[in-house]
Design a protein around this ligand. Structure first.
Ligand SMILES: CC(C)(COP(=O)(O)OP(=O)(O)OC[C@H]1O[C@@H](n2cnc3c(N)ncnc32)[C@H](O)[C@@H]1OP(=O)(O)O)[C@@H](O)C(=O)NCCC(=O)NCCS
Length: 442
């Protein structure tokens, strides 16, 4: 029986530009171009021309993405594989993740996972992801993270949902104003002038918000409305900044007004879609909402990345005018080193708890004693006959930063309490200082 290696060649390389290309018009090198073309086919995107491949390669290069391509050893003549196109793609790169209390850890971010339909269910994904997790563990990275287009795939590799995402849609007419006037002021600005301050505002948000992930090039591209297929700025993208009473910019929003229905010449429904909203202070969140409400003629405002719980609903006169349109898993965490990951985050209450962690891939398996005192935890391997709590590494990923309550996951059968009171104790110990909120897609 042939093995995966008999049929396929797996190669990992760093995204790169063609050294012969011009700085103003970068070209992807051949391997990166073939990888990007295969990835966009895997996600059913339109085929990219050389200029678009070059722009994509520039972003991947800026982030130092490690690209894995899986190549057929014997491709059929005339097929895309025969032209050096991989039949499967996988990317990973490192960015900081805020774990609470202003503390950052390096996370291995997984993206660009595609396997061509004709090569599925042969173990290609398993090989790519287990190789990457082993590499990350060996290099000392305590956690990996991903977002999943299908929820049933990644738990077997030890990933658990760390936080959910939610789209809200504000009915502008019903919502009314704000119950409390935010301090500071909000002004419309050009997206070009916003670009000069956006990364500073994001850096403050990142430092403040547990579960925030540092932004990569592609995320900025989207946030600042530069996503037109030809790479030019989208003229429909609008921006506003919020200034604190001191005059410092402490928040911003980018948005578009989109028309739905109506047909040529008719008036459809207009929705203001928030593309990016970054608030580095409390007032910088409701402040821009006031302006968005006033932006005629949109009758509703859709925000695809609302915090949970969302301060907007209690802030409004009619908080019920904020229906949830969509709610699903967002970022999944895979703990690779439980000692480093658990010691990195701040702890809300003093306590001692022993936890037995199951891990089919072995990286996090074992029984650990977590002792938290004055906000810090010491985590050590423990030789106890029976731990107070038993869970698998995917569940640990869900509990880690406080995005899921141990009481809820015990009720779901994912946390087994072997010593009475241990679930409640862990709940108090893990409470984050603020609700988790991340606004970086990858
Ligand atoms: C999802 C995808 C990457 C799987 O690739 P693959 O090479 O066929 O997967 P493998 O053969 O390595 O299977 C790995 C495991 O996942 C399971 N699996 C694969 N596809 C699955 C799916 N769609 N749903 C549930 N489980 C799936 C397999 O049964 C296997 O389980 P096991 O190892 O425990 O027996 C591939 O189907 C794909 O490219 N889909 C479209 C794009 C996509 O959804 N990408 C994910 C983006 S986050």
């Amino acid at each position: 029986m042939s093995t995966l290696d008999d049929d396929y060649d797996l190669r990992t390389f760093t995204a790169a530009l063609d050294p012969e290309g011009l700085a103003a018009e970068p070209r992807a090198d051949a391997a990166t171009a073939a990888w990007v073309a295969a990835e966009s086919m895997g996600f059913h995107e339109a085929a990219a021309d050389d200029a678009a491949l070059g722009r994509a390669a520039r972003r991947l290069t800026a982030d130092g993405r490690r690209l894995t391509g899986v190549y057929r050893r014997e491709a059929n003549p005339g097929s895309l594989d025969a032209e050096g196109r991989p039949v499967a793609t996988f990317a990973s790169f490192d960015k900081t993740l805020h774990v609470g209390g202003g503390r950052l850890v390096e996370a291995d971010l997984v993206a660009g996972v595609t396997v061509q339909p004709t090569h599925r269910r042969k173990g290609i994904l398993r090989r790519m992801i287990t190789d990457d997790l082993a590499r990350a563990k060996a290099s000392g990275t305590p956690v990996a993270a991903l977002t999943a287009s299908e929820a049933s795939i990644y738990r077997r590799f030890g990933f658990g949902v760390g936080v959910r995402e939610r789209t809200i849609e504000v009915d502008v007419r019903r919502a009314g104003g704000l119950l409390s006037e935010p301090e500071g002021s909000t002004d419309l600005v050009t997206t070009a002038s916003l670009a000069e301050v956006a990364s500073d505002v994001f850096a403050r948000f990142h430092f403040r918000s547990p579960r925030s992930i540092a932004r990569h090039e592609g995320a900025w591209h989207h946030a600042l409305g530069r996503e037109r297929p030809d790479g030019t700025p989208d003229p429909a993208a609008r921006a506003a900044v919020h200034r604190a009473a001191t005059g410092t910019v402490d928040g911003y929003v980018t948005y578009r007004v989109e028309s739905v229905g109506g047909g040529p010449g008719a008036t459809g429904t207009q929705t203001l879609v928030v593309v990016d909203l970054v608030a580095a202070t409390d007032d910088a969140y409701p402040g821009p909402w006031q302006l968005l409400r006033a932006v005629a003629p949109a009758s509703s405002i859709r925000y695809p990345n609302a915090p949970q719980p969302d301060p907007l609903s209690p802030a409004l006169v009619a908080g019920r005018a904020v229906p949830i349109r969509h709610d699903e898993d967002h970022v999944w965490f895979r703990i690779l080193d439980p000692i480093a990951a658990l010691q990195a985050r701040p702890w809300a209450a003093d306590g001692v708890v022993t936890i037995a962690i199951g891990d089919a891939l072995g990286h996090a398996a074992g029984t650990y004693r977590v002792t938290s005192e004055a906000g810090e935890a010491t985590v050590k391997k423990a030789a106890v006959r029976r731990a107070a709590l038993e869970l698998d590494v995917a569940t640990l990923g869900s509990l880690w930063l406080g995005g899921f309550d141990p009481v809820t996951l015990a009720a779901a059968g994912l946390v087994r309490e072997r010593r009475k009171g241990a679930v409640q104790k862990l709940r108090a110990m893990l409470l984050p200082e603020r609700p988790l909120h991340g606004i970086t897609y990858f």
